[in-house]
Structure formats: C-alpha cells, structure tokens
Design a protein around this ligand. Structure first.
Ligand code: PLP
Length: 380
C-alpha cells in the first residue's frame, strides 16, 4: 500500500489541505486590505508568538539568517571579535559571523546530542570572545544551563540559533522550565516552509527579554531608523510581510499539535529500529524536550550507499550536514584543518535523516524502516 504513495521528506501539501479554508480566507483578507508590509497581521502574530514563548519581545524579520545577523549587529560586536559556534550546523550560523568581519571560532559537538560540547566551551574563550551561538540542532536544546553559567562568568553574550527547535522546552536543574530560544540574550528563528513553524515563503524573528536590545534590533531591521527618514545607525531592510504573518498566526495555534505529531512519529521510528545493530537512533537530552525538526540516525557504515538504495525505492532521506563548516572552502581562512573537530567530522559521515513531518502514519513509517533495514543489511 505504502509503495504506491509518493514519500516526501516534508509533506506540506497534506498539512495545508487540513487548514486550507482558514489559510485561504486569511490570505485573501490581507490582499483585500492591501497592507502587505507592516500590516496588523504582523503585530498580532508577533504578540501571539511572544505570549506562546513567554518572552517579552518578538522582533519579526525576513528570514532566519537575517535574525542571526541582526542579533550580532545589535550586540555591537566589532571586527575581529570572536564568536563561538559549532562546525556541525547549517552554514548560516557561521556565515553571518564572517559577513560582519567577526571571527568564527568552532567548538566540537557532543557525539550523542550533536550540540556544542559544553565541556570544551570554556577552553575556547579568549579575551576577544564576545558571543556564543549555541545551535539547537534537529529540534532539541543545547545545554543552556551550562552555557549560560559559563557565559555569565566570562561575560560573553549568548545568541541561541533556534531555527530548528521552536516549541521545545528547556528544563533547569531546579525544575524551572523555559521556552528554548528565550534563555540567551537573543534567540533567533526561521519560518522557512519546512521548519517546525513554517510560513509560505521566507520569514524569521528574534526573541529577547531585554528592552534595550529589542529596541536596537527593531531599529536595525528598519534601516537603523526609529523615526522615518532619520537614521541613527547603519541597519538593514529585513521585514516579515503580512501574508506570511497571517499564515504563521494560524499555524502557531497548531504548533504544539504539530510538534506532538513529530514526537509520535519519532517514537515510532525509534521503536521500529530497536535492536538493529549498526543503526543508532536519536538520543533525547534530559534537560530538553525534542520537537524533531529532523529525525537523524547514525549509520556506522555505508551511509551513502544506503541513501542511494532508498532513493531508488522512492524514499527520500537527507544528510544534514555532509561537510562540517571548518572543512568548507568558504571557511578556509578561519585556519582550521581536517582533524580539528573529530566528532563533527565523524557525524558528517554517518548521519542520515528520515522523512519527518506532521503527516506521517504507521504504515508509511513501517515501509520506510523496512526498506532502510533491508538496504543497510544488503549493501557492502
Ligand atoms: C534554517 C536555518 C537557518 C537559516 O534560516 P533561513 O530562514 O533559511 O535564513 C539558520 N540556522 C539554522 C540552524 C537553520 O536550520
């Protein structure tokens, strides 16, 4: 049965069909209003997201990469300042550091959670270090309690790259819970269509509890301007448009349900793979819920061959990410070499992400895992 269905990494079509009438009406209302930029939908969504996250300020912008860039600009970092992040992330995280003429400093990741290794973090901090960007990869948080303790002690800022973990919750040792992305000086996110909270185009946002930083970030997004045509700082043009905001406002109401569907699908994959030697299922850290932006396995060998066999059977998979950033051509100038971050390099050879979205069902998942295990056992 499942073989006759086309399988996608992310099934946005089925998700849309379920909310189609609400979405179509809302988009039409924006078109009728002709308030495409800075319309009421943008403000409403930003306020609703702030309430959902329990954060004081949500500053909408054009995409998740801009959100990171604006955060670093608002922190007044100067060329040559060092910013720490991991080499096992999407390129955007390091790209904005380099674009602002700051120096990316990489710290290897934990082999189980794939997050920045808090035990290696402090050794990477120098007098020039101004900021740490933990990336909450694949849907769960980095160890924010450990990172914030180090950051406070060494007086460096923290910007959480939360493009993949919106809706996840961090739990501190004392039991206190806080939305992932609202713990550092800034949190940033992306509303790219395939993200857990995705719009129908590009979008992004910054989160902060700091009034001064919020005001700065808002100004930077608006050409460095508070009063029209008066520019106090050099900014950028980065806006979330009203059509995207209205889509996001509808999808925000479903976010917990969407994340629960991802968690259920992840649990199904994990139980179907139980006891299969050579395939490691994702580990969930004690201190965070996991909203499974990706369901990422480790194959101890033949990852590329297995991926090819699955592709021939119509089963798409993803490799996030095949080359760690310190080994990318663009980041040669950072002065790193192969061998510098062995955990990230090893993960890049072994990771395989399975189809993950809100519309998976047991039959389809059984078919995918059956094909995966067959492929894994048969390739040499
Ligand atoms: C998607 C993503 C971004 C960039 O978001 P865009 O909206 O595509 O600019 C940044 N960091 C991480 C970890 C991401 O997954």
């Amino acid at each position: 049965m499942a073989t006759t269905r086309s399988i996608q990494m992310v099934d946005l079509q089925s998700q849309y069909q379920k909310i189609k009438s609400e979405i179509d009406t809302a988009i039409n209302q924006v078109i009728e209003s002709c308030q495409f930029i800075n319309g009421p939908a943008v403000k409403t969504f930003s306020q609703n997201l702030a309430t959902y996250l329990g954060v004081k300020h949500v500053i909408p912008c054009a995409n998740g990469t801009d959100a990171l860039q604006v955060a670093l600009m608002a922190l007044d970092l100067k060329p040559g300042d060092e910013v720490i992040t991991t080499p096992f992330t999407f390129v955007a995280t390091a790209e904005v550091i380099a674009l602002l003429q700051l120096k990316p400093v990489f710290v290897d990741v934990n082999p189980c959670t794939f997050m920045i290794d808090e035990y290696r973090l402090e050794a990477a901090i120098t007098e020039k270090t101004k900021c740490i960007i933990p990336v909450h990869l694949f849907g769960q948080a980095s160890n924010m309690e450990a990172i914030m303790t180090i950051a406070k002690k060494r007086k460096v800022y923290v910007v959480e790259d939360n493009a993949q973990a919106i809706g996840a919750t961090f739990q501190f040792a004392n039991g206190k819970k806080q939305a992932v992305g609202t713990i550092g000086d800034f949190g940033t996110t992306s509303f790219f269509p395939s993200k857990n909270l995705g719009c129908y185009g590009d979008g992004g946002a910054l989160f902060t509890n700091d009034d001064t930083l919020a005001e700065k970030a808002r100004m930077i997004c608006n050409h460095g301007s508070k009063v029209r045509y008066y520019h106090d700082s050099i900014g950028v043009n980065s806006r979330l448009d009203s059509i995207q905001a209205t889509v996001l406002d509808i999808k925000l109401k479903h976010l917990d349900e969407y994340n629960a569907a991802r968690q259920k699908a992840a649990a199904t994959y994990t139980s179907l793979l139980k006891g299969v030697a050579g395939i490691t299922t994702p580990k969930i850290a004690q201190y965070s819920t996991h909203v499974f932006h990706q369901y990422t396995l480790l194959l101890d060998q033949n990852r590329d061959k297995v991926q090819k066999v699955l592709k021939e059977k119509g089963i798409p998979t993803g490799v996030y990410y095949p080359v760690p950033l310190h080994m990318q051509k663009a980041y040669k100038a950072s002065g790193y070499n192969e061998g510098d971050f062995p955990v990230s390099e090893d993960l890049a050879k072994k990771v395989l992400s399975l189809p993950m979205h809100t519309e998976l069902d047991q039959d389809l998942q059984e078919y995918i895992i059956g094909a995966l295990v067959d492929a894994y056992k048969s390739v040499k």
